[in-house]
Design a protein around this ligand. Structure first.
Ligand SMILES: NC(=O)CCC(=O)C(=O)O
Length: 276
């Protein structure tokens, strides 16, 4: 029987100073742990401004300073830690990577953003992650003492089939470090998270940097947790915030019994590739 989850969302401000970002992350993680969190989530690119020019400069290999920091925080606080995402350097490639650590500080999983954020909205947001980043090629669902956790990063949220496969692999809570922007955030952020939770009848949590209007890329904020009914359990608003939320994985069976979305699928007519 998995233990209950108390998830801490750390909506921190990300600055141009990497050391300052690590200090801010540490302060948020300590606050979450002091409120009883046994799992914490940091934002996308929490140690680095969200800019293509910064990814190669702030990037580190796995095992580098930020990896050590995350592992050490998980171990010291005795929590599971989804360490937002960071630019991970491997050989010539840079990935947008989320590490998941156990309460003993071991790396349990490493999700490299699968769908790179390349959008060009006239008069709105333009960003081409593929100018500097390489896409990951794995789907990440990991069994823990808390339950089965899936990992996705920001733009990954838009791909329903990707979440379907994580659902098929048994994900009960999907953790999404993210940084939507001021063009798409107001329209699509809540909608995308609520829909992915409803599609899979599981919990989905997103953690964004706090909004900083002076940044070159202005993150939308509004870190949130959605339940299998598609409801938003908490919304962190725009500013810096640390929120803890209790999640009952028993809700999955309850909601799945009430509305048989998963069991009612007509897989004789349509199927996702990795369906079991
Ligand atoms: N960092 C990202 O992947 C941003 C995704 C986003 O803003 C979107 O609209 O999708």
């Amino acid at each position: 029987m998995p233990m209950g989850i108390r998830l801490g969302l750390c909506q921190m401000r990300v600055t141009p100073d990497k050391q300052e970002n690590l200090r801010r992350a540490e302060s948020c993680l300590r606050q979450a742990a002091a409120q009883g969190a046994n799992l914490a989530l940091l934002p996308e690119m929490f140690n680095c401004p969200y800019e293509n020019a910064c990814f190669p400069v702030y990037g580190e290999p796995a095992g580098g300073e930020t990896w050590q920091f995350l592992s050490g925080m998980a171990r010291e606080l005795g929590i599971y830690l989804a360490g937002g995402s960071v630019p991970e350097i491997e050989g010539e490639a840079i990935y947008n990577t989320c590490y998941l650590f156990s309460p003993q500080g071991e790396e349990l999983a490493r999700h490299r953003k699968v769908h790179l954020f390349d959008i060009d909205v006239p008069g709105g947001q333009r960003f081409m992650e593929s100018d500097t980043l390489t896409a990951g090629s794995q789907i990440t669902v990991v069994d823990t003492a808390l339950g089965k956790l899936g990992l996705a990063i920001c733009f990954d949220i838009r791909f329903a089939e990707f979440f379907r496969v994580m659902g098929d692999l048994g994900a009960q809570l999907i953790l999404v470090p993210a940084a939507f922007n001021m063009t798409t955030g107001p329209l699509h952020w809540d909608l995308a998270f609520r829909m992915r939770a409803l599609d899979q009848q599981c919990f989905v949590a997103g953690c964004s940097p706090a909004r900083d209007r002076s940044a070159s890329y202005v993150a939308y904020g509004h870190s949130l947790v959605c339940n299998p009914w598609g409801e938003i359990l908490t919304d962190c608003g725009e500013g810096e915030a640390v929120r803890v939320v209790d999640l009952d994985l028993g809700d999955l069976a309850r909601y799945r019994a009430q509305i048989p979305i998963l069991s009612g699928r007509r897989t004789d007519l349509y199927r996702t590739k990795q369906q079991t």
